[in-house]
Design a protein around this ligand. Structure first.
Ligand code: SAH
Ligand code: SF4
Ligand code: F3S
Length: 473
């Protein structure tokens, strides 16, 4: 296949305009019946949070207000995740809980979207077993929500739109962001990597990148509007632009973003180690607006397991990149994802994972018990690991990582760090919470007007997952 054949199809201006026409039609329908409220529930990763902000933006444009709880909603949209079994079960059980709301208010519409709703098999299962779900749309269909909702409303029948293998890049649709000072900006969608455990490529479609000009325009307008932190999103940001024809790869995109005027920080996730280059590290080191923070999921420390996972890097090549990163940016905050109990993982393989934690010295690790996903190669592998062994390994991993995290946090005590204040802490309302440039959580005493500001905070105490400090006035 040539590069051009793999470039993403872009929704045409006519197609986007058609969605705006549907938004108007829905608005007209709603305007007859007084104010309408929508409730959007989101599971899964940042990509889903970003998608939900698009859904909310379109709903607002269609005349929906924001419900404060599911109970008062006229429309509920559940944006689901399929990455682990637990995530799917949770989404289905919460949706099951809405059944009684529909009994009380028969006009209530319930929609299911996101990764779990993308596979045609799942869509048929929902059609049969969840009669109270009115409509389903896959990730590739998200930009057509106005059209879908219009048809659901006017045809008065249940409608199902799983992915159909036609992913597009759609620009210019409305977005309603959760925060005025932190924003997600998707730079690419989908994934072509097919790690053997992972469902994402099957539910998010093929990899496709947005045009650099569209990303730059979005970032510029965010910063002009007072946004202080932009996180670029993609399943593998390092392959940004790979199938485009203008030669702007991820390192170049970062360069162009990092010179935009204004006081803001740039973050990005996720990076696949096989595609993270030294050039990317050099760009990070060179520009002060790029946060010195890197999420580089290793998944396992064993070469044998990495090969079975189809990760296409080795322990050595990974660690050599980490060494280079630390040479160029000694204070870099490094985080990772680990899967515990991949099929065939031996005690020795697992010890390799523990030893890579010691060598890479991560500030934070997100660890997951391997979960079998139908349709992925690893689900068919022999030697699935029993749950009790997975659990026992996980406990050892957490204990080790918590020691390392504390060792990494203790030297920060006494230092003054630049912290973006996020507002009152969700865990203790008297405290304010914020994040360091390395994305570590800091609790401190603050005032409401500090929200959304960069503040100098002197660190006074450290635990494995939290720092405490005081604002240096
Ligand atoms: N694109 C990103 C991550 C996407 S999913 C990347 O390549 O790193 C987020 C994390 O979920 C993965 O890094 C992996 O650690 C975990 N994960 C994915 N599939 C899983 C499965 N079947 N069981 C357990 N964890 C899984
Ligand atoms: Fe899944 Fe691998 Fe793609 Fe990440 S890179 S989304 S882990 S297939
Ligand atoms: Fe889940 Fe889909 Fe993200 S499967 S982790 S919401 S890409």
């Amino acid at each position: 296949m040539t590069r051009m054949e793999k470039a993403a199809r872009r929704a045409t201006p006519q197609e986007i305009d058609l969605q705006f026409q549907y938004m108007k039609r829905v608005r007209d329908i709603l305007s007859d019946g007084g104010p309408r409220l929508a409730w959007v529930v989101t599971y899964g990763c940042q990509q889903n949070e970003a998608d939900s902000e698009r859904i909310s933006g379109m709903l607002q444009q269609m005349g929906y207000g924001r419900a404060r709880a599911a109970e008062e909603a006229d429309l509920i949209v559940v944006n689901t995740c399929a990455v682990r079994d637990h995530a799917e079960k949770r989404a289905l059980s919460i949706t099951g809980g809405y059944k009684h709301l529909k009994k009380a208010k028969p006009s209530l519409l319930i929609g299911l979207c996101g990764c779990m709703a993308s596979k045609p098999e799942m869509s048929s299962r929902i059609r049969k077993s969840f009669p109270y779900i009115d409509f389903v749309f896959g990730t590739e269909m998200l930009w057509r929500l106005p059209e879908i909702l219009y048809h659901v409303m006017t045809e008065e029948k249940r409608l199902f739109f799983p992915n159909a293998g036609d992913p597009v890049v759609a620009e210019g649709l409305p977005v309603e962001r959760e925060s005025p000072f932190r924003a997600w900006v998707s730079i690419m969608y989908g994934c072509n990597n097919f790690c053997t455990y992972c469902i994402v490529p099957y539910v998010r479609g093929g990899e496709r990148s947005r045009a650099p000009a569209d990303i730059l325009a979005e970032a510029r307008s965010l910063v002009e509007g007072g946004c202080k932190e932009i996180t670029l999103l993609g399943q593998n940001v390092n392959s940004y632009g790979k199938y485009g024809d203008d030669g702007c790869d991820f390192a170049e995109l970062l360069r162009r973003l990092a010179v935009l005027p204004g006081d803001f920080l740039l973050r990005f996730m996720t990076s696949h180690p096989k595609d993270a280059t030294r050039e990317l590290v050099d760009v990070m080191a060179a520009y002060p607006k790029i946060a010195k923070q890197f999420h580089l999921p290793v998944q396992s420390g064993s070469d044998r397991v990495l090969a079975a996972m189809n990760r296409r890097y080795t322990r050595d090549s990974y660690l050599s990149l980490v060494r280079y990163m630390r040479e160029r940016m000694p204070d870099i905050v490094l985080t990772s994802d680990i899967i515990v109990g991949f099929p065939g993982e031996t005690e020795e393989d697992f010890e390799d994972t523990l030893s890579i934690l010691r060598e890479a010295r991560y500030d934070m690790v997100y660890s997951f018990l391997y979960s079998k996903r139908d349709g992925t190669p690893a689900a068919e592998m022999e030697n699935q690991i029993p749950e009790e062994i997975k659990g026992e390994r996980m406990a050892r991993l957490l204990a080790l990582q918590s020691e390392i995290a504390l060792e990494k946090n203790l030297p920060l005590v006494g230092k003054t760090l630049r912290v973006l204040a996020e507002g009152r802490s969700r865990t203790s309302a008297e405290m304010f919470s914020g994040r360091t440039e390395g994305n570590k959580v800091v609790l401190f005493e603050g005032r409401d007007e500090m929200t959304g500001c960069f503040l100098p905070v002197r660190i006074t105490r450290a635990a494995p997952f939290t720092l405490w400090g005081e604002v240096v006035e």
